[in-house]
Design a protein around this ligand. Sequence first.
Ligand code: ATP
Length: 350
Amino acid sequence: EGTKISNTSQRTPNKPKQIVDCRSLLHNAIQTATNEALGNPQNASDGVATSPEERLLKPLGSFEMMSNESRSLAATISQEIYMQNPNVKFSDIIGLEKAKKFVKESVVYPIKYPQLFNSSKLLSPWKGLLLYGPPGTGKTMLAKAVATNCNTTFFNISASSIVSKWRGDSEKLVRVLFELARHHAPSTIFIDEIDSIMSTRDASDHEGSKRMKTELLIQMDGLNALDQVNNNVFVLAASNLPWNLDVALLRRLEKRIFVDLPGLEARENLFRHYFTDIDNDQNNKNNEENRTSSTSTSCSLTLSENINFAKLAELTDNYSGADIYQICKESAMSTLRKIFNILEEIEESP
Ligand code: ATP
């Protein structure tokens, strides 16, 4: 097995990340359709920016779902679906070791060591993973780390935007989304605030909403088929309100991870992480400026050596990572505010 693992990692060393710019992708598809209708297919992709990431995309020629209706729907949803490289490393996420382990087990290792997962149904990778917990605890950061670090096409879907605007077409939109994900497999579909589209089904549901929920369940069922293409599509969902989620969906999100508020040690590390960041940022900027101009004056923020991180961690019981980030930001800004005041006074003085 050791030989097999090293062989595989040799086959895919540092494979460039595949990022889909859905807007350009859909724009391309629409343009192709328009050009075809105009009898001008040879210029189908002219005028579309081709970034290095886009060049990695499979051509849409073989994309079966691209009927005219899907094209126009895709054009509409292109405003709501986006993909980008969020540049978040797993090491940027403080604590959450268990969550990181499961996320890697679900998305990173199946691609890195496929031979370890395909041998039996019991060893097939998780198809769906739910991150749930209080707000501001790093669920979205985990998803961004997946997008940054895994060589999968990443679909970043905000559930609320799908529901609020396109309720009538949401069902088709879900279908197109999964088709695109299969087309560009290996793919990760991240659905934030999933509770806003997949709350428990009941009789009061709007007809379109019912259809959309059913479609999502069907599509997720399809992922469990043990064929090669479906095997490479993974759904990552996040929610603050897991008790509102439909039970049928919960069953399909096989692995559920509680992303809790940070403990004492994690809070101390969060303070260190953010304050040290400010310090490093400023030092880097100053070094850069000193290199380029020996006469330049710069305002330098340096971190006091007397900060009692352990005390800060003690005082912030029940604070989330986002709360701690806000505290660090506020304290840095309060120092800047003092400088602003002095500068303004100097400017206003005759
Ligand atoms: P919500 O459920 O409200 O969407 P969330 O759990 O998705 O919240 P994030 O968006 O991941 O929270 O985190 C918000 C911000 O809080 C991050 O941008 C980051 O600055 C900070 N943060 C939260 N948790 C962590 C963490 N574990 N490590 C580092 N930063 C964190």
